[in-house]
Write a protein that binds this ligand. Structure first.
Ligand code: FMN
Length: 174
């Protein structure tokens, strides 16, 4: 899909068909993730791709139960040890930004090949860490179920550009 169409067509998908995600499709999505920009190119992220049905069922205990209906759930983690040791506290914002950019690339790549995903921020970090046995050097920041949409919701409204942009200078005559 052309980028201008893709960026408008993407939706957060919360209902999925049973169609599995193939290895090639997963790699398309993960390749988009790792090609996101990152602070100092330090790529301060780590991803768990969960397809095991029993583990997916475990997510229900600490976040929305529809998540386990997706064929895969990616747990996106920060892996900030290196960048934080180099830049200190201010690097904490970098590692969140790095993962956020990777996630948007993943959502757009998924939509590009007929899949959909949803960023889930409302879940229990500690329970997620325990379920996947995530080591201390990684911190989960979001879950992302991905699969073929069973239902594509209509677009949610956006605040107008005029409300969210402040122009410094008058070059645009808007
Ligand atoms: C940081 C972040 C956290 C989110 N957390 C959740 C969540 O916990 N549950 C959920 O259903 N959707 C979640 N979403 C998805 C948003 O609800 C969704 O992006 C927004 O309503 C706009 O809809 P759209 O993505 O279809 O354009 C989250 C999105 C972001 C960016």
């Amino acid at each position: 899909m052309e980028f201008k169409d893709l960026v408008l067509a993407r939706r957060s998908i919360r209902q999925y068909t049973d169609r599995p995600v193939t290895a090639d499709e997963l790699m398309y999505i993960m390749n988009a993730a790792i090609n996101a920009p990152s602070a100092c190119n330090m790529q301060s992220w780590h991803f768990y791709v969960v397809s095991d049905p029993k583990v997916k069922e475990g997510f229900k205990e600490f976040c929305a139960d529809w998540i386990s209906t997706a064929p895969i759930v990616v747990v996106i983690c920060t892996a900030g040890e290196e960048i934080v040791s180099r830049f200190g506290e201010k690097a904490k914002k970098f590692i969140i930004q790095d993962t956020a950019l990777a996630m948007e690339n993943m959502l757009l790549a998924a939509a590009d090949i007929g899949f959909g995903g949803c960023i889930i921020g409302a879940y229990d970090d500690d329970k997620c860490r325990a379920l996947l046995d995530i080591p201390a050097e990684y911190s989960p920041v979001a879950l992302m179920p991905i699969g073929e949409p069973a239902v594509v919701p209509s677009a949610r409204s956006r605040k107008p550009i005029s409300e969210v942009v402040t122009y410094i200078g008058n070059s645009f005559n808007i």
